[in-house]
Design a protein around this ligand. Structure first.
Ligand code: FA5
Length: 338
């Protein structure tokens, strides 16, 4: 039996000595010392021996077990040390390589277009006004002459945070907020994000609008046409066609939708303009006198116009971008062009 143990010991030591990877070492540990291992099996068989031999052989087997455990631990430490040395040796820092340039950030194209629009309208005498994106139902709908259960609400389906609080669907609530705070004459523009249940190549669920409002004595539809024509000529150049189509908004009367010629196809018709040659950029009209009731203006004295322009649509036309989704995909190759 002693010979058997010696043989087992020598075999194991020889195996351990020749190994240089952790996986094989683990296999040897399992094969010799594991629950079903050779030495474990041997120890288990001791119970059948006479007591004297059992004590003697048992002691020897336990010594061998400790020795093998120690050798395996030592070998494992050596293997790990060597692997670490190899790793450090292979990592090489070439300090002569040129540095990696970090790309500087820049203003997002939509913010740039917004700034440009603000500048053009500032030049036409409009001042900046702001309102919240999380808006009361009252300002987004009710005070704009869109009562609860009115079918016009379907035109702008939105995200309700509670019964009375919505993500604003347009920048028009800023009209009411501004009129509540100031008496005419009033000439403001209000840019900002708005939200709707809408998505295709010209509609995004989050998009930007810029609202315009001019209220004073004697403001008429020709002022609206004059301001919008001046804007298009200043921003897009003399040549681009502009057309007014009769439309309906509950908060303006009369109302119009304004299209400009599609720069992507030059008016020939393409996917972006749905083959019409025109792209709608804004809704507009004369402020409905019903709104003045909400803000305590006298409709006998004052009149005004308002418009709400889609900033993405303006940017698409200005820079020939065929798909609105490009603005929000954050592809640096796209954003870097501007
Ligand atoms: C309105 O939002 C009105 N509040 C505009 C208005 C203001 C009318 C003041 C009268 C007086 P409309 O839903 O048509 O109207 O949107 C105005 C513009 O926003 C559109 O012409 C279009 O350029 C842009 N727009 C509308 N929906 C989207 C969308 N989902 N994605 C991108 N742009 C959009």
């Amino acid at each position: 039996m002693k010979d058997q143990l010696d043989k087992l010991r020598l075999n194991a030591l020889e195996l351990i000595g020749g190994l240089d990877d952790e996986k094989s070492l683990f296999d040897v540990r399992t094969r010799v010392l594991g629950r079903k291992g050779e030495l474990t099996g041997f120890l288990r068989g001791l119970k059948d021996l006479p007591p004297k031999t059992r004590a003697e052989i048992g002691q020897l087997a336990n010594l061998i077990k400790s020795e093998l455990e120690q050798k395996i631990d030592e070998k494992q430490a050596t293997i790990r040390e060597k692997a670490e040395e190899r790793k450090i040796g292979s990592e090489f820092l070439d300090v002569t390589l040129p540095g990696r340039r970090s790309i500087p950030g820049r203003t997002h194209i939509l913010n740039r277009v917004t700034d440009e629009l603000i500048q053009v309208f500032n030049g036409l005498g409009f001042q900046l006004a702001e309102g919240p994106e999380v808006e009361l139902d009252y300002y987004n709908f009710e005070a704009l002459n869109i009562p609860r259960d009115h079918p016009a609400r379907d035109m702008q389906d939105t995200f309700y945070l509670s019964d009375n609080v919505v993500l604003r669907t347009h920048t028009s609530p800023v009209q009411i907020r501004t009129m509540e705070l100031q008496k005419p004459p009033l000439r403001v523009i209000c840019p900002g994000k708005v939200y709707r249940r809408d998505a295709d190549i010209t509609h995004s669920p989050m998009f930007m609008q810029i609202e315009g409002l001019w209220v004073d004595q004697g403001i008429s539809l020709s002022d609206l046409k004059g301001v919008l024509t001046a804007f298009v000529q200043e921003y897009f150049g003399e040549k681009l066609g502009l057309r007014f189509r009769p439309s309906f908004f509950p908060f303006t009367e009369p109302s119009a939708e304004v299209d400009i010629q599609c720069v992507i196809c030059g008016g020939e018709g393409c996917r972006t303009c749905s083959s019409t040659g025109w792209l709608e950029i804004l809704g507009a009209g004369m402020v409905d006198p019903a709104l003045y009731r909400f803000v305590d203006y006298d409709p006998e004295i004052y009149s005004g116009f308002a418009f709400g322009m889609g900033i993405e649509r303006v940017a698409m036309l200005k820079y020939g971008i065929p798909d609105i989704r490009a603005f929000y995909e954050n592809d640096v190759r796209f954003l870097n062009q501007f």
